[in-house]
Design a protein around this ligand. Structure first.
Ligand SMILES: [Zn+2]
Length: 128
């Protein structure tokens, strides 16, 4: 049986890469690992995970229904990591919109390590 590579585009199988993180069995150990798992959460439409991994101080800026509609109205194609620092990740997420047009979400995200866990803080978006 073929091993399913992780949706985040790593060479690792899904069940050893982002799946245990999204399921809450493991913590993301780096900002990049958290970012990858959050992309996967969009693929599998897990809005609760996306809220849980947003910094508590910033959760009020993100509505669950907005996250869920953004996750479900698009077909997520692939993730490309552009640049990584210990607390930031620049990436491009490719998706088909509701008109089946290929779009690119280009974001420079910031992360924070609080109480032993990585959280998403916010991001800048770029026109592509
Ligand atoms: Zn992964």
């Amino acid at each position: 049986m073929a091993i399913q590579r992780c949706f985040c585009g790593s060479a690792i199988s899904f069940d050893k890469c982002c799946q245990p993180i999204v399921l809450g069995l493991q913590k993301a150990t780096t900002a990049e690992a958290l970012m990858r798992s959050r992309y996967v959460a969009y693929v599998v439409q897990d809005a609760d995970y996306l809220i849980a991994t947003t910094a508590p101080s910033h959760r009020r800026y993100y509505a669950r229904e907005d996250i869920l509609s953004w996750a479900t109205q698009n077909q997520w194609q692939r993730l490309k990591i552009v640049n990584v620092t210990p607390t930031t990740v620049a990436f491009k997420a490719y998706y088909l919109d509701s008109d089946k047009q290929l779009q690119v979400h280009h974001e420079h995200s910031r992360f924070v390590f609080e109480n032993g866990e990585w959280f998403y803080l916010d991001g800048d978006y770029f026109e592509t």
